[in-house]
Design a protein around this ligand. Sequence first.
Ligand code: FAD
Length: 1015
Amino acid sequence: MRPVIRGVFERGPSRARPCRAREGCCGHPAWGGAVAGGGAPGSAGGVRAEAVGGQDGADGVAGVDVRGVGSDVQGGAVGQIAEEVLLGVVECGQDRLLGAGDAPGGAGQDRAAVLGGHDPPGAAVAGGRDAFDQAGRFQGVQHVGHHGAVDAQVRGECGLGGQVALGDGGEHVVAAAAFGQVGQDEFGGLVPAAEQHGQGPAEIARGGAGLRAVVLGTGFGHSAIVPEYPDQEIGCQAYYLLSNAVVGGAPRRSAEGNPVMPDYGHDLLFGTFITPDAGDPAGAVARAQATEQAGLDFATFQDHPYQPRLLDTWTLLSWVAASTERLRVAPNVLNLPLRPPSVTARAAAGLDLLSGGRLELALGSGAFWDGIAAMGGGRLTPGQAVDALDQAIDVIRALWDEGARGGARAGGGHHRVAGAKRGPAPAHDIGIWLGAYKPRMQRLTGRKADGWLPSLGYADLAALAEGNRVIDAAAAEAGRAPGEVRRLLNLTGAEVGPASRGFLQGPPGQWVDELLPLVVEHGFSAFFLATDDPEQIRRYGEEVAPALREAAARERTAPPTAGARSASARAARRDGIDYGAVPASLAPGAVEPGDREYGRVRHTYMRSGSPGLVLRPADADQAAEALRYAREQQAPLAVRSGGHGISGRSTGDGGVVVDLSRLNRVELLDRAGGLVRIGTGARWSDVAAALAPHGLAISSGDHGGVGVGGLATTGGIGWMARRHGLTIDHLAAAELVLADGTRVRADAGTDPDLLWAVRGAGANVGLVTAVELYAQQVGEVVFADFALDAADTSGLLQAWGAAVEEAPRELTSFLRLIPGRRGSGPLAGVQAVYAGDDVEAARKAIAPLMALGPLLDQQAVLAPYRALMPAGGGPHRGAAEPVMRSALLDHLTAEAAEGIAAVAGSGQSLGVHIRAVGGAVNDVAPDATAYPHRHQNFSLAAIGAGPRVPAMERAWEALLPLTDGMYLSFETGTGPEVLRRAFPEPALSRLRELKRRYDPDQVFATNFPIPPADR
Ligand SMILES: Cc1cc2nc3c(=O)[nH]c(=O)nc-3n(C[C@H](O)[C@H](O)[C@H](O)COP(=O)(O)OP(=O)(O)OC[C@H]3O[C@@H](n4cnc5c(N)ncnc54)[C@H](O)[C@@H]3O)c2cc1C
């Protein structure tokens, strides 16, 4: 007899542990387990029992002494798994024994659910809670896989049952712990994978630091990868167990000391399930507000559109979202037969956008068909209703997928879209949860949904466990990881009270005891309490939720994750990025190439990209974590605020993007002084909108969608530049994460050098999370927009340049040369902003510009400044690698104007933009900021019409000697010469010194990287 993994199982004395599950071992959902052992080689297919049971299973696998198993399992990797699993068996199998299998020893004795091996060789194992009924009776085996070579077949239920099979398949020695149904393919595939690494199971299983792989067969179709063993895919649940019970050392135990099964690793959410009583509309809203005040996450409402005593759910959700600040909302569940999915998709996206990403969408296939029919809805059989829901999900997702090309085509006979325009994309990846009780709906949930939302009133613990099993199996079959489906639960008939009166009826401590197993053993991670009692809401939020969070945090040995990713999502991962090491706080917002949200975050305004990972920190601490993580990866780092970078590459290929768009708060710190603190993820449209009510504004650029981060760290040539200067000229302080991951604040008092660098070259010295700026008193301004014939391009440019220089400072004008096309001559699009509401003065200032040439079109309006900064967010679809050239000019001389005309007329330019600077911009000393260009009057930017524009480049080269310096935000070229033009001495030397001080390793290297000064 040869113990297959003796090293593990020989340690320690015998030690039997009692089962202490509250509801009886087998009936308790936490439990389950089985072991495959077996007799001598050949008798039961060569599966070795002694390694498990410490005894020769003389009569085949059924002879395993399970107590022996538990006792002998003391510390090794598989041992711990085995112990967890087997302890359940020890007690659970006691009273009923099962016999199954047709091979020697198949009959059960008084111990465990051990099924005899089949012939041809093999051992089959049944286990899992659902192998037993509440009374501990064996329920039978539905699947017994078989793999001749491996000789071990395991059957169990994902997350509920667990099995350990140890076997010697002749040449292959196998150590397997399995959760779920192990089919021959999975099982067969795993063994060679282990062997490729030159490790037999003894080494593999010995665990501790040496743990490389326990061969885990799972029912999830290879849905996770052990980081230390990248070639080997295993099921996420099993991996979870591995990481918790094995890698982490001690097996996890429930509050009672019972071994627990893995949960799905989601963060915990709590909410209410409020009656949308039409008789008390304000009451429903007040309860939602009480939900928010109690610190809960969600308010949810049932949806019965045929019921006049209830408020319309969608209307109520919108009202509640508008009446709260942080609270998330969801229908619970939306009545699909009366809610056409195409309209629901748009309504949901709209509400999500309006509420700042606070909506989730729970759908139901329909019930109460008389009511539905009375409202004009079609009556569906249960099967049809599930089909309809299936199609609805496709329709909704297709419409939300704004990044996809072409019209949305999805659905089928019940619901469909046929080329409908896509969008709007919701503000976040809205989860679709299904209220599902029957297997068919649960299978749909596993295949397609993001969450499962049953109610306790309709499903007892056994039904929940069975539902989980069905969902997990369906998810596996669809190539998904079970963790992709969050498990949520409505708590009905529950009440926080002084004394215990039943399940979830008692003091908070009792609630925690009773909900905790649902979290750590069943994977439920969201609980919505059905109540309309404000006191219950308060107690649930203040006494139950925090206590359960705390208890769960203690029980869970691994931090919550965003859920597992499917095999196909993992296959899309890029080299050089340690996805398993993404900090837990960032995991929920992290987007990988295989994720649904990827299409919305991969590109920027101008560039297409394929980053390997996009991290979206929610605050400055998380931004620091993101940076610390990113700098450890073997992949380039890109920093993104608004994604409008031209010079800076805020996307890339295979790298890590730290996207700061969630750091977008605009706070007025001091009304009188106009001091504003702005998260760099905000866009200038947000800033203008937030400041307008206070009669304030900051001159930024000409586009509301541009991000604060990129512009406020580089320059900011805006609509009021001549009147108010550059954006950076008003920058008083910046909060940064430095290259080493530390957070600092730079202002004139604390770190004037760093502040100086941020004002022009910020991207080189840190990741700026917030800036403080002084806003100016700005109310309404005059905005003129007109087109001039530019047939005499050079003449027009000279005249426009002279007029601008002569104009009062209130006037700032931008001109865009548009090359002639298809027989029509070139045009000049001119905009002019008069920074004040004196219409007469504005007319006087603007009139000379309009008189410069044949006027083709014109309009001028008095408008609030914020009207000039319309919102320009939304998912970016940049599809190219643009070519742009940038330069600064003192005057539009005849020679310069000829040169510009040549660039515009090169046939390879989409246009040349000329922005007036001068005025207040030049009031600032050249050495006051890292933007030293303080005497020029014009900024030029030429846009190439393609990736290769040699003719435009030649014309540009000819123009260059006439220019003086460059504003780097409009340049896509790189190299030392470009740097010298952007930062003429002594600025460049000072920046190189500061680069050495703040970023010697050149972590920030994607936007005009400045080489650190030599030591
Ligand atoms: C349509 C359009 C119009 C424009 N109009 C003007 C204009 O009128 N005036 C003007 O001055 N500019 C203008 N720009 C240029 C614009 O200011 C810059 O491209 C700016 O960098 C964009 O900022 P962002 O945050 O949106 O860019 P992102 O693409 O998010 O970032 C660009 C680069 O800036 C750096 N960066 C971004 N955020 C941070 C941060 N928080 N900390 C450190 N570094 C950071 C990174 O290196 C990044 O690669 C325009 C650009 C576009 C596309």
